[in-house]
Design a protein. Sequence first.
Length: 211
Amino acid sequence: MTSSGSLRRWVSVGLLAAAFSAGLADLAEAQRFGRGPTPGAGACFYRDPDFQGEYFCVRAGDVIEALPRDMNDKISSIRTFGRRVEVTVFQDSRFSGRAAQFGDVPNLGREGWNDRISSVRVQSLGGLFGRDGDRDGGQFGNRGGQADRIEYQVDLAPKIFAPLTKADRVGTLRATIDGKVVAEVPLHPLADVPRGNIFRRIWDTILSWFA
Protein backbone atom coordinates (compact mmCIF):
# COMPACT_ATOMS: atom_id res chain seq x y z
CA MET A 1 0.00 0.00 0.00
CA THR A 2 1.18 3.50 -0.78
CA SER A 3 -0.25 6.35 1.28
CA SER A 4 -3.21 8.34 0.03
CA GLY A 5 -1.35 11.60 0.62
CA SER A 6 1.69 10.53 -1.40
CA LEU A 7 -0.39 9.19 -4.24
CA ARG A 8 -2.64 12.23 -4.31
CA ARG A 9 0.37 14.51 -4.76
CA TRP A 10 1.70 12.28 -7.53
CA VAL A 11 -1.69 11.95 -9.18
CA SER A 12 -2.45 15.69 -8.98
CA VAL A 13 0.56 16.56 -11.14
CA GLY A 14 0.56 13.54 -13.42
CA LEU A 15 -3.14 13.46 -14.15
CA LEU A 16 -3.41 17.15 -14.94
CA ALA A 17 -0.69 16.71 -17.53
CA ALA A 18 -2.40 13.63 -18.90
CA ALA A 19 -5.82 15.25 -19.06
CA PHE A 20 -4.60 18.24 -21.04
CA SER A 21 -2.19 16.46 -23.36
CA ALA A 22 -2.97 15.30 -26.85
CA GLY A 23 -2.73 11.76 -25.56
CA LEU A 24 -5.97 11.91 -23.66
CA ALA A 25 -7.09 8.96 -25.72
CA ASP A 26 -5.12 6.05 -27.06
CA LEU A 27 -7.34 4.84 -29.90
CA ALA A 28 -5.28 1.98 -31.25
CA GLU A 29 -7.75 -0.77 -30.43
CA ALA A 30 -10.77 1.31 -31.51
CA GLN A 31 -9.53 1.98 -35.06
CA ARG A 32 -9.80 -0.31 -38.03
CA PHE A 33 -9.64 0.28 -41.78
CA GLY A 34 -13.12 0.78 -43.19
CA ARG A 35 -15.33 3.46 -44.74
CA GLY A 36 -16.93 5.17 -41.75
CA PRO A 37 -17.86 8.84 -41.24
CA THR A 38 -15.17 11.50 -41.38
CA PRO A 39 -14.62 13.86 -38.41
CA GLY A 40 -15.61 17.51 -38.30
CA ALA A 41 -12.06 18.22 -37.13
CA GLY A 42 -9.37 15.58 -37.43
CA ALA A 43 -7.69 13.44 -40.05
CA CYS A 44 -8.29 10.27 -42.03
CA PHE A 45 -5.58 7.82 -43.04
CA TYR A 46 -6.03 5.94 -46.32
CA ARG A 47 -4.67 2.60 -47.40
CA ASP A 48 -4.15 3.84 -51.00
CA PRO A 49 -2.81 7.09 -52.55
CA ASP A 50 -5.10 9.99 -53.50
CA PHE A 51 -7.41 9.34 -50.52
CA GLN A 52 -8.61 6.06 -52.01
CA GLY A 53 -9.41 2.68 -50.52
CA GLU A 54 -10.30 1.91 -46.94
CA TYR A 55 -9.44 4.38 -44.22
CA PHE A 56 -9.68 5.14 -40.53
CA CYS A 57 -10.08 8.54 -38.88
CA VAL A 58 -8.77 10.24 -35.74
CA ARG A 59 -10.30 13.33 -34.13
CA ALA A 60 -8.23 16.41 -33.42
CA GLY A 61 -6.66 16.05 -29.98
CA ASP A 62 -6.42 12.25 -30.13
CA VAL A 63 -3.43 9.98 -30.60
CA ILE A 64 -2.65 6.40 -31.58
CA GLU A 65 0.37 5.17 -29.67
CA ALA A 66 0.78 1.98 -31.70
CA LEU A 67 -1.17 1.07 -34.82
CA PRO A 68 -2.57 -2.48 -34.81
CA ARG A 69 -0.69 -5.03 -36.87
CA ASP A 70 -3.17 -4.96 -39.76
CA MET A 71 -2.78 -1.16 -40.04
CA ASN A 72 0.88 -0.70 -39.16
CA ASP A 73 3.00 0.54 -42.09
CA LYS A 74 -0.01 0.47 -44.44
CA ILE A 75 -0.95 4.15 -44.83
CA SER A 76 -0.48 5.78 -48.26
CA SER A 77 -2.33 9.12 -47.99
CA ILE A 78 -3.63 11.49 -45.30
CA ARG A 79 -6.52 13.94 -45.45
CA THR A 80 -7.34 16.53 -42.79
CA PHE A 81 -10.74 17.95 -41.90
CA GLY A 82 -11.47 21.26 -40.18
CA ARG A 83 -9.27 24.33 -39.95
CA ARG A 84 -5.66 24.32 -38.71
CA VAL A 85 -5.46 20.58 -38.19
CA GLU A 86 -1.97 19.07 -38.23
CA VAL A 87 -0.87 15.44 -38.23
CA THR A 88 2.40 14.24 -36.72
CA VAL A 89 3.47 10.77 -37.86
CA PHE A 90 6.16 8.54 -36.39
CA GLN A 91 8.00 5.67 -37.99
CA ASP A 92 8.00 3.65 -34.76
CA SER A 93 5.39 2.98 -32.09
CA ARG A 94 5.09 5.11 -28.94
CA PHE A 95 5.89 8.29 -30.89
CA SER A 96 9.52 7.36 -31.48
CA GLY A 97 11.85 7.16 -34.44
CA ARG A 98 11.72 9.42 -37.48
CA ALA A 99 8.86 11.94 -37.39
CA ALA A 100 7.19 14.41 -39.74
CA GLN A 101 4.24 16.82 -39.71
CA PHE A 102 1.66 16.93 -42.49
CA GLY A 103 -1.60 18.45 -43.60
CA ASP A 104 -3.21 16.88 -46.66
CA VAL A 105 -0.88 14.39 -48.36
CA PRO A 106 -2.29 12.70 -51.50
CA ASN A 107 0.74 10.44 -51.89
CA LEU A 108 3.01 9.66 -48.94
CA GLY A 109 5.41 7.90 -51.30
CA ARG A 110 6.48 11.28 -52.66
CA GLU A 111 7.33 12.33 -49.11
CA GLY A 112 9.27 9.17 -48.33
CA TRP A 113 6.58 7.94 -45.93
CA ASN A 114 4.53 5.39 -47.85
CA ASP A 115 3.67 2.42 -45.61
CA ARG A 116 6.04 3.65 -42.89
CA ILE A 117 3.74 5.01 -40.16
CA SER A 118 3.43 3.23 -36.80
CA SER A 119 2.01 5.93 -34.48
CA VAL A 120 0.23 9.25 -34.99
CA ARG A 121 -0.85 12.44 -33.26
CA VAL A 122 -3.61 14.70 -34.59
CA GLN A 123 -3.94 18.20 -33.19
CA SER A 124 -5.70 21.48 -33.80
CA LEU A 125 -3.22 24.33 -34.13
CA GLY A 126 -5.79 26.41 -32.24
CA GLY A 127 -4.45 24.79 -29.05
CA LEU A 128 -6.32 23.39 -26.07
CA PHE A 129 -9.24 25.79 -26.19
CA GLY A 130 -9.13 26.49 -29.92
CA ARG A 131 -9.61 29.81 -31.69
CA ASP A 132 -12.53 31.64 -33.20
CA GLY A 133 -13.51 30.03 -36.47
CA ASP A 134 -12.32 26.51 -35.66
CA ARG A 135 -14.82 23.82 -36.44
CA ASP A 136 -13.54 21.97 -33.42
CA GLY A 137 -11.91 24.11 -30.75
CA GLY A 138 -10.02 21.38 -28.93
CA GLN A 139 -11.00 19.25 -25.94
CA PHE A 140 -13.18 21.92 -24.34
CA GLY A 141 -13.65 24.19 -27.35
CA ASN A 142 -13.72 27.97 -27.54
CA ARG A 143 -17.49 28.15 -27.13
CA GLY A 144 -17.93 31.52 -28.77
CA GLY A 145 -14.82 33.23 -27.37
CA GLN A 146 -15.43 32.21 -23.76
CA ALA A 147 -12.11 30.42 -23.27
CA ASP A 148 -10.90 33.07 -20.81
CA ARG A 149 -13.95 32.36 -18.62
CA ILE A 150 -13.36 28.63 -18.35
CA GLU A 151 -12.44 27.37 -14.91
CA TYR A 152 -11.37 23.83 -14.16
CA GLN A 153 -11.41 21.69 -11.07
CA VAL A 154 -9.81 18.35 -10.22
CA ASP A 155 -11.79 16.06 -7.93
CA LEU A 156 -9.73 13.11 -6.69
CA ALA A 157 -11.00 10.11 -4.77
CA PRO A 158 -10.75 10.68 -0.97
CA LYS A 159 -8.40 7.72 -0.55
CA ILE A 160 -6.08 6.45 -3.28
CA PHE A 161 -4.04 3.35 -2.51
CA ALA A 162 -1.68 1.23 -4.57
CA PRO A 163 -1.66 -0.99 -6.47
CA LEU A 164 -3.15 1.03 -9.31
CA THR A 165 -3.30 0.42 -13.05
CA LYS A 166 -3.61 2.92 -15.88
CA ALA A 167 -7.21 1.75 -16.31
CA ASP A 168 -8.23 2.74 -12.76
CA ARG A 169 -10.27 5.92 -12.50
CA VAL A 170 -9.05 8.03 -9.61
CA GLY A 171 -10.82 11.31 -10.21
CA THR A 172 -12.54 13.72 -12.59
CA LEU A 173 -11.46 16.93 -14.29
CA ARG A 174 -14.34 19.37 -14.79
CA ALA A 175 -14.42 22.49 -16.94
CA THR A 176 -17.06 25.11 -16.08
CA ILE A 177 -18.27 28.43 -17.47
CA ASP A 178 -20.14 30.65 -15.01
CA GLY A 179 -20.60 27.66 -12.72
CA LYS A 180 -22.06 25.44 -15.46
CA VAL A 181 -20.19 22.23 -16.27
CA VAL A 182 -19.31 22.22 -19.98
CA ALA A 183 -16.99 19.19 -20.06
CA GLU A 184 -15.77 16.34 -17.87
CA VAL A 185 -12.69 14.16 -18.32
CA PRO A 186 -11.99 11.01 -16.26
CA LEU A 187 -8.55 10.93 -14.67
CA HIS A 188 -6.34 7.85 -14.67
CA PRO A 189 -2.75 7.22 -13.54
CA LEU A 190 -0.08 7.89 -16.15
CA ALA A 191 1.51 4.55 -15.29
CA ASP A 192 0.84 1.49 -13.18
CA VAL A 193 1.67 1.98 -9.49
CA PRO A 194 2.82 -1.26 -7.82
CA ARG A 195 2.14 -2.19 -4.23
CA GLY A 196 5.02 -1.30 -1.92
CA ASN A 197 6.97 -3.77 0.20
CA ILE A 198 6.00 -4.54 3.80
CA PHE A 199 8.16 -1.78 5.27
CA ARG A 200 6.83 0.82 2.85
CA ARG A 201 3.25 -0.25 3.57
CA ILE A 202 3.78 0.11 7.33
CA TRP A 203 5.31 3.55 6.90
CA ASP A 204 2.59 4.67 4.50
CA THR A 205 -0.08 3.44 6.89
CA ILE A 206 1.39 5.62 9.63
CA LEU A 207 1.55 8.60 7.27
CA SER A 208 -2.07 8.07 6.23
CA TRP A 209 -3.21 8.62 9.82
CA PHE A 210 -2.01 12.22 9.53
CA ALA A 211 -2.95 12.87 5.88
